[in-house]
Design a protein around this ligand. Structure first.
Ligand SMILES: *[C@@H]1O[C@H](CO)[C@@H](O)[C@H](O)[C@H]1NC(C)=O
Ligand SMILES: *[C@@H]1O[C@H](CO)[C@@H](O)[C@H](O)[C@H]1NC(C)=O
Ligand SMILES: *[C@@H]1O[C@H](CO)[C@@H](O)[C@H](O)[C@H]1NC(C)=O
Ligand SMILES: *[C@@H]1O[C@H](CO)[C@@H](O)[C@H](O)[C@H]1NC(C)=O
Ligand SMILES: *[C@@H]1O[C@H](CO)[C@@H](O)[C@H](O)[C@H]1NC(C)=O
Ligand SMILES: *[C@@H]1O[C@H](CO)[C@@H](O)[C@H](O)[C@H]1NC(C)=O
Length: 328
C-alpha cells in the first residue's frame, strides 16, 4: 500500500520527455501550435563535425591572414588550423536528432572535380545527400517528429544545372516528408503529423515555392561577436524585439554562438585564450540557462522559433528550449 502510494507520488517528478521523441512526448502542448508559436533547438553549420583539409575557394578571406601569422612560429599546418575555427559541431546528424535537435543548417559548396554538393564552413565537409538521408530515415523511424532544414550560402562554381540537380536530390531524399509551402504558417504541428509531411525545407536559390520553401521564410539574427559578455549584451535587444511583435511570414531564428574574427585567431598566441570554436562555445554555452531565466517568467516569451548553438552536446539547449515550449 505504502510503496504503491510512494511510487505514484514520485513518478510525476521525472520528466517524461525523451529527447529522441520529444515532440511525440510533448504532443498535448506542442501539437496544436503553429511553428511560429514554438521553439525548436537547432545547430549552426550542422554538418561540420567532419571537415576535410581542402579549402573552399573564396571563403574566409579575412581569417586566412591571421591563420598565416599564428602558424608561422610553430610550423603548423594552415588547413588543420582553419578546421579548428570552422568545425562548429562535434556529433553526427543522427546523434543530434537523438539529442532533440530539430533544425539543421547546411551551407553548401559545389565542387566540380568531385561533381557534387558538399557541406562547408571555410573548408569542405562531406557530401550533403547522406545527411539528408539520415534525416529522412529518422522521420521514418519516429512518426511524430518534425524538422526544419535550411540550405544556404551556396558557394563554388555551380551551374544552373547543378542547382536543379540539388533540388532533385532534396526532393528524392526528403520529398515525401516535405510540408507544402505556405508562409502564412497557418498549420499546426498536428497538421504536419496528420499529413505525414513533417519537414519544412528551405533553399536560398532554386526553391520551387511548392514543396521547397524560399530561404526568406527563415529570418536569421546573428550577433557576430566572439566574447560571451558581448553576446549577452547583443542578444538582449534581439529577444526583446522578437517578443514585442508578430513576425508574419517567417520563422525567427536566434543564435547563441560566438564567431571567430581575425583578432580571435591572433589571440591564440596567448595560451589561455580560445584555440577553437569548441573553446569559444564552452565559454558561451554555459551562460544560456541563466540568460533565459531573466525572461522565463514572462508569458509567451521565447528565444525565436529556432534557437541554434554550436557543440549542442555540451550545452543545456534542450532543457532551455523545452521550458520555452512549456513541456519541461
Ligand atoms: C499563436 O500565437 C498567437 C499569439 O499568441 C495566437 O493568437 C495564435 O492563436 C496562436 N496560433 C497557433 C496555431 O498556435
Ligand atoms: C574539389 O575537391 C578536390 C578533392 O578534395 C580538391 O582537390 C579540389 O581542389 C576541389 N576543387 C575546388 C574547386 O574546390
Ligand atoms: C554540374 O554542371 C555541369 C555543367 O553544366 C555538368 O557537366 C555536371 O554534370 C553538373 N553536375 C551535377 C552533379 O549537377
Ligand atoms: C495558405 O494558408 C491560407 C490559410 O489557411 C490559405 O488561405 C491559403 O490558400 C494557403 N495558400 C496555399 C498556397 O496553399
Ligand atoms: C487559417 O487561418 C484562418 C484565419 O486567419 C482560420 O480561420 C483557419 O481556420 C486557418 N486554417 C488552418 C488550416 O489552420
Ligand atoms: C554590456 O552592457 C552593460 C550594460 O549596458 C555595460 O555596462 C557593459 O560594459 C557591456 N559589456 C560589454 C562587453 O560591452
Amino acid at each position: 500500500m505504502v510503496s504503491a502510494f510512494l511510487l505514484l507520488a514520485i513518478i510525476p517528478l521525472f520528466s517524461a520527455l525523451d529527447p529522441k521523441k520529444w515532440i511525440a512526448d510533448g504532443i498535448d502542448k506542442v501539437g496544436p501550435k503553429s511553428l511560429q508559436n514554438i521553439t525548436l533547438p537547432g545547430t549552426q553549420n550542422s554538418g561540420t563535425y567532419d571537415l576535410t583539409e581542402v579549402q573552399v575557394p573564396g571563403q574566409a578571406i579575412e581569417l586566412w591572414p591571421a591563420i598565416d601569422v599564428v602558424i608561422k612560429p610553430f610550423h603548423l599546418n594552415k588547413e588543420k588550423e582553419m578546421i579548428k575555427w570552422s568545425r562548429d559541431q562535434g556529433i553526427q546528424i543522427k546523434d543530434q536528432l537523438e539529442k532533440g535537435i530539430r533544425y539543421f543548417d547546411f551551407k553548401l559548396a559545389f565542387n566540380s572535380t568531385m561533381n557534387n554538393w558538399f557541406v562547408y564552413n571555410n573548408m569542405y565537409g562531406t557530401a550533403i545527400q547522406p545527411m539528408l538521408q539520415t534525416i529522412a530515415d529518422y522521420l521514418k523511424s519516429y512518426d511524430k517528429e518534425i524538422v526544419v532544414v535550411e540550405l544556404s550560402h551556396f558557394a563554388g562554381s555551380y551551374t544552373k544545372l547543378n542547382l536543379t540537380n540539388l533540388q532533385s536530390t532534396v526532393k528524392s531524399t526528403l520529398g515525401s516528408y516535405m510540408y507544402p509551402v505556405n508562409t502564412s504558417f497557418n498549420f499546426t504541428v498536428n497538421d504536419m503529423i496528420k499529413a505525414g509531411k513533417r519537414a519544412v525545407v528551405t533553399m536560398e536559390l532554386e526553391y520551387d515555392g511548392v514543396s521547397i520553401w524560399p530561404g526568406t521564410a527563415i529570418k536569421t539574427t546573428n550577433p557576430n561577436v566572439d566574447k560571451e559578455s558581448l553576446l549577452i549584451n547583443e542578444t538582449t535587444p534581439i529577444v526583446e524585439e522578437y517578443n514585442s511583435k508578430l513576425w508574419p511570414g517567417v520563422l525567427y531564428k536566434m543564435s547563441w554562438v560566438l564567431e571567430p574574427t581575425a583578432d580571435t585567431i591572433l589571440h591564440t598566441l596567448l595560451p589561455w585564450e580560445s584555440h577553437t570554436v569548441e573553446d569559444l562555445s564552452d565559454h558561451c554555452n554555459k551562460h544560456l540557462p541563466k540568460f533565459w531565466e531573466k525572461y522565463e517568467k514572462t508569458p509567451y516569451w521565447r528565444m525565436g522559433n529556432i534557437l541554434v548553438i554550436d557543440f549542442n552536446e555540451k550545452s543545456d539547449i534542450f532543457d532551455v528550449v523545452m521550458r520555452m515550449n512549456g513541456i519541461s
